[in-house]
Design a protein around this ligand. Structure first.
Ligand code: PBG
Length: 311
């Protein structure tokens, strides 16, 4: 059986898709796969992702090809997949999640702790910008454009001394670069970071069962908790929220951090619940965040995003 696989034209998307194909081949002997790359606005537009209003618009372009049967399934970075899929589609498979943490990459090998005062740190994510400023109020954080390789190259240019990226992207691309992992406590990752989502048509049961063979059930449950929480708080792209679920035995712990726009205030909630009820765990953590006043923290984020975009 031959499957046509939809991917974005970016190098990360192609690397992820090739990894998925090699995993699928191991468990589906005789199956064949052909990548059809769908060049989206996101691959031709070098603005940081959050500057575009709608979360996941590029992924939606690829998903449309799945609905319209131009391809059989699509491979995405899960954190970029919008919470609501078209009703003809389903996240058919979540393979084992990669490292969830962010990393610090500097031109001279410095860490975030010891980089020189006044250093310029690049990130395309406002969540990371706030997290960096909270740790090092004496550095300057600036938006950085371009794909992962371009951003890494910019650390050896004049404009940036260091950057912050997701470790998962670097490992999947196989980029040979020195980095220091950032601790999850201070750099709570974006919900779904490090995971891959494979989207198929809901009625295509054959393709779904072929894909399910590489599903990792713990990764699926963790992501369901993180997404239940972010749906509850409606974080989208406009309100940076870090969320991280980790299962252990029959339980799962979900940890969430939200920040005020100036980075001075933060809210932190950790709860443990049954691993098999991630929706309730996500909702419980969301309710606790609301009680603690997360909506007040969300207040001035829109203005901050506009300001960041025009920097
Ligand atoms: N929003 C861009 C994006 N989408 C997925 C990854 C990396 C892989 C992942 O987190 O799963 C990245 C780059 C980054 O955040 O540094």
């Amino acid at each position: 059986m031959k499957y046509i696989v939809g991917a974005r034209g970016s190098q990360l998307s192609l690397a992820q898709t090739n990894w998925v194909i090699s995993e699928l081949k191991k468990v589906n002997p005789g199956s064949e796969y052909e990548i059809k790359s769908i060049t989206t606005k996101g691959d031709t537009d070098s603005r940081p992702l959050f500057t575009i209003n709608q979360k996941g618009i590029f992924e939606k372009e690829v998903d449309r090809a799945v609905s319209q049967k131009e391809v059989d399934f699509a491979v995405h970075s899960l954190k970029d997949v919008p919470s609501e899929l078209d009703e003809s589609l389903v996240i058919a498979c979540i393979p084992k999640r990669e490292a969830v943490n962010d990393v610090f990459i500097s031109s001279d090998g410095s860490s975030l702790e010891n980089i020189k005062k006044g250093a310029v740190i690049g990130t395309s994510s406002l969540r990371r910008a706030v997290q960096v400023s909270r740790k090092r109020p004496d550095v300057t954080v600036k938006p950085i454009r371009g794909n992962i390789e371009t951003r890494i190259k910019k650390t050896s240019g004049e404009n940036f001394d260091a950057i912050v990226l997701a470790q998962a992207g670097i490992s999947r691309l196989g980029v040979d670069v020195k980095f220091s992992p950032l601790p999850i406590n201070d750099f709570s990752p974006s919900p779904g970071q490090g995971a891959i989502a494979i989207v198929a048509r809901s009625d295509d049961t054959n393709t779904i069962s072929m894909l399910k063979k590489i599903e990792d059930s713990d990764s699926r449950l963790e992501i369901e908790a993180e997404r239940a929480l972010s749906n509850y708080v409606d974080s989208g792209c406009r309100f940076p929220l870090g969320a991280y679920a980790k299962s252990s035995g029959t339980e799962m712990t979900l940890t969430v951090t939200a920040f005020s726009v100036d980075g001075k205030q933060s809210l932190h909630v950790t709860k443990t619940g049954s691993k098999n009820d991630p929706a309730s765990l996500g909702k419980n953590v969301g309710e606790e965040l609301r009680k603690k006043g997360v909506n007040d923290l969300a207040l001035n984020w829109r203005e901050k995003v506009e300001e960041w975009n025009t920097t």
